[in-house]
Design a protein around this ligand. Structure first.
Ligand code: SF4
Length: 229
């Protein structure tokens, strides 16, 4: 593990903990920054904390977390081998969709996390995170399981859209699709997706110039207006 990278993530989490950049700060129990292996090859990105996540301070809690853990176990991975994050770090009231201004205010935290962790594969869970990181406002039912190369902060990353486990929990057919899509993760992780700078070489953290992503610059932004998950 890179202790430098872990320390910088902690530092960033500390900054976010007192964030008041958008109105969501007023209703949160806590900022849910992210968790997991700072050197993970695989990151999962969801939409926003829900009720349980807001209480527990983890990006994925309860049955959603259990399902994610089970899916990962099916491909020989565990939660502590991946990095978990959400686009928004504070819970929208009633779990409503994020507003454009909330997303714009919060995105830089996510881009900074991805810049520090430097995952080879970023699995986006649901329509919102997928549209944000792909720059294409296509629903998850159209793009799930279709990997694409994207450039995030100057690095080539394999973006892999998946159904959100929260949706799959209640829809058996969706769960089957999710299981099939997750089964391809080892193949993607072993694939050719490489960083622009080298073969996913870990450049010294000191060479990373914070803040890597001034607001809105991590990915060309497009309006994202999509339904749940
Ligand atoms: S959602 Fe993000 S930008 Fe808004 S207050 Fe929370 S941490 Fe700050």
């Amino acid at each position: 593990m890179s202790s430098d990278r872990a320390a910088l993530l902690l530092e960033e989490a500390g900054r976010a903990a007192g964030c008041t950049r958008c109105a969501l700060h007023a209703g949160r129990t806590q900022v849910v920054f992210g968790e997991g292996d700072p050197d993970a090859e695989l990151a999962f990105v969801g939409e926003a904390p829900g009720f349980h996540e807001d209480r527990e301070g983890t990006p994925f809690a309860g049955r959603v977390r259990a399902l994610l853990e089970s899916l990962l176990g099916g491909v020989g991975l565990s939660l502590d081998q991946v990095y978990l994050a959400t686009v928004l770090k504070c819970r929208p009231p009633g779990n409503r969709d994020p507003l454009p201004e909330e997303s714009a205010a919060c995105e830089p935290y996510l881009y900074r996390q991805l810049d520090l962790v430097r995952p080879r594969v970023v699995a986006t869970l649901g329509s919102f995170a997928t549209a944000l990181l792909s720059g294409r406002a296509l629903g998850i039912t159209r793009v799930h399981g279709q990997e694409q190369d994207v450039t995030l902060g100057g690095r080539r990353v394999t973006l892999y859209p998946l159904y959100h486990p929260a949706a799959a929990l209640y829809t058996p057919t969706m769960l089957e699709v999710l299981e099939r899509d997750v089964a391809r993760l080892p193949q993607l992780l072993a694939g050719e997706a490489e960083c622009v700078d080298a073969t996913h070489a870990r450049v010294p953290v000191a060479d990373l110039a914070p803040p890597a992503f001034p607001r809105g610059e991590g990915r060309e932004r497009q309006p994202v207006q999509l339904g749940l998950f």
